[in-house]
Design a protein around this ligand. Structure first.
Ligand code: MN
Length: 231
């Protein structure tokens, strides 16, 4: 193929126990999917799930045992972490029922939905899209994928993130308002999932700012942890 400009590199994620890679397609993120986080954002937590999308090249793949780098982004003084379970889609579809949804998941990983919170809050007040708050280079780092066949009880797994060794967020996947299956049912009424798509399933309470020099370690029981340094 003869391209008129250099084609973009396809982002892919490492896989636990394999040298094969997972090609990243679209990245869907669920808003306010834990009650205590919805409350800290000023909401009741009783609303249907809603979604926003990040482009695949916002994803920073972080290999097992390595420290990923996050460059402190422009236009913010309130750069916040949101630790999230990431469901990685193996087989696509639309109008997927919750009862069938888990069969579409190839594996799971630990990710962070990094946010320019000051910009997001400002755009919410103005009734404008969240784009500048949520979508920017390196806004969604993700660790290695564990195949779904090898994870334990992911729906009752602990989820946490520490900054410089101190707990910031700590909860359990069973506190999701809309569980993984229900999220996929809702999502696929609006969009057709494709193999390679990622779903960031939402963050628990405790979101807070990081600054240059901070080290983040995020984990979910049964999955490879992710380590990141803000520079
Ligand atoms: Mn989020």
């Amino acid at each position: 193929m003869n391209f008129v400009v250099t084609p973009p590199t396809h982002v892919s994620l490492p896989i636990v126990g394999s040298s094969a890679r997972f090609p990243v397609g679209r990245i869907y993120c669920v808003g306010r999917n834990y009650v205590a986080h919805a409350q800290e954002m000023g909401f009741t937590g009783r609303e249907p799930p809603f979604f926003f999308i990040k482009p695949s090249d916002n994803c920073v793949p972080v290999a097992k045992g390595t420290t990923g780098t996050l460059h402190y982004p422009s236009l913010t003084n309130d750069y916040q972490h949101e630790i999230e379970l990431v469901a990685c889609i193996g087989t696509g579809g639309k109008n997927i029922k919750a009862a069938d949804a888990l069969k579409h998941i190839w594996g799971y990983a630990v990710g962070l939905d990094m946010t320019r919170r000051d910009r997001q809050t400002e755009q919410k007040k103005l009734g404008r899209p969240w784009c500048v708050g949520k979508t920017f280079d390196e806004s969604c780092p993700c660790g290695p994928i564990t195949p779904a066949t090898q994870v334990g009880d992911i729906e009752n797994a602990d989820i946490w993130v520490q900054v410089n060794g101190q707990d910031r967020q700590r909860s359990n996947i069973n506190k999701l308002i809309w569980n993984i299956s229900e999220t996929i049912e809702h999502l696929t009424t609006a969009w057709e999932l494709r193999p390679g798509d990622l779903i960031y399933t939402g963050t628990p309470e405790g979101v807070a700012a990081v600054v240059q020099g901070d080290t983040l370690v995020g984990g979910i029981t049964g999955l490879e942890p992710i380590t990141l340094r803000v520079v």
